[in-house]
Design a protein. Sequence first.
Length: 396
Amino acid sequence: MLRSGARHPDADEGASTSGERDCRMRQLHATLAEYLQLENKFQPRLCLPTDGENGEVTTGARDGAAHVLRCLKVWFDLPADVLVSAINLFDRFLTKMKVRPCHVPCITVSCMNIAIDEHAAVSKQPRNVTVEELVSVSQSACTAGDVSRMSRVIADKLSLAERCCVTALHWLRLLRALVANAAEELQLRALLLPIRRRARGCSAEPAVHVSDSHLAGFLSPFKTESELINLAEIAVCDAGCVNARTSELALVLVFHQLEKELVELSRKAAEGAADSQTVPEEAYYLYEFAAQLQAHCHMTDASLLSTRSLVRGVISRYEARQAAPQRQRLVWRLSERTLKVLRPTDRLTSLLPTIEEQHFAVDATPKRTRSGSESSESEETSDWPRSPVLPVYCDN
């Protein structure tokens, strides 16, 4: 008799891994059901004009705020969760409230402040960016007290005391995990197919033979999520993808990366590269899994195609701007107050004082010998300013 919980030596080694995979799939589907219930609550529905009419916030101002939030994220080296959460808070607040354009900078910094607090609470780590630092770097022309008061207003209007929002990044990680598990199942079935056929006494070989590393090519985009997170940041920072369902946006991004990987594998296989591998037939079965996810999340074909075209347009514009050469010169724009601090001009004058020589006697005038007609302006190393207006300090 075997002890309880003991495994027979001849038992299948894949039984435990299969059980773990089934348990993981059940947890993922439970999370999927929870996200579907909360999706409508955290979905922004913006209707902003393109041109500024009657002092309203435009789509350009919204994209400018998203650009400021991304700059703050890069400056303070914050995780992508903070950026996506701050943009989601900004869009949802503009959905509920009518805001004047002069208040947009303060609202932007306040949303980043709330997102940093939420991430610190979830990760159980101390906050490393103060409100004063956010105000100073963002140059929003507001004080730390203004940001604190606006943060309380945003938290009250959006009812943020209950729980953190479910953003497109949460959906992206969930769907990536679901697709990766489906891909592992396809890989396992492909590996076990020749063994099962030989066990049944079938002499015929399967149509497609798959090795252990054959599916590693299209599994690679799901093992690392850095590229997917970058695509998510690009999409949420554009006003065109604001009103798209977060689940549809995440599904489109995941399969956009999968299609990109499959196209690259097909190109390498067509060119006959030595280190290339052919695209496995099982990889295309993932599109059937995508159709199952679409049906489970109640996504219509028209809505999904619309989101797909929006995402492709945003990514193509971003890649075009990234490929274009940067010809803009760096220009420092200083205010009048900063200019006075850096270079005080209250004691500068363009008039030279009169040289009075009447008190010198004629015979007592010192004689000077000139060695030549050299001028200091001809010297390249002269430190004297060459401006026609010479700064002269006067005592009066």
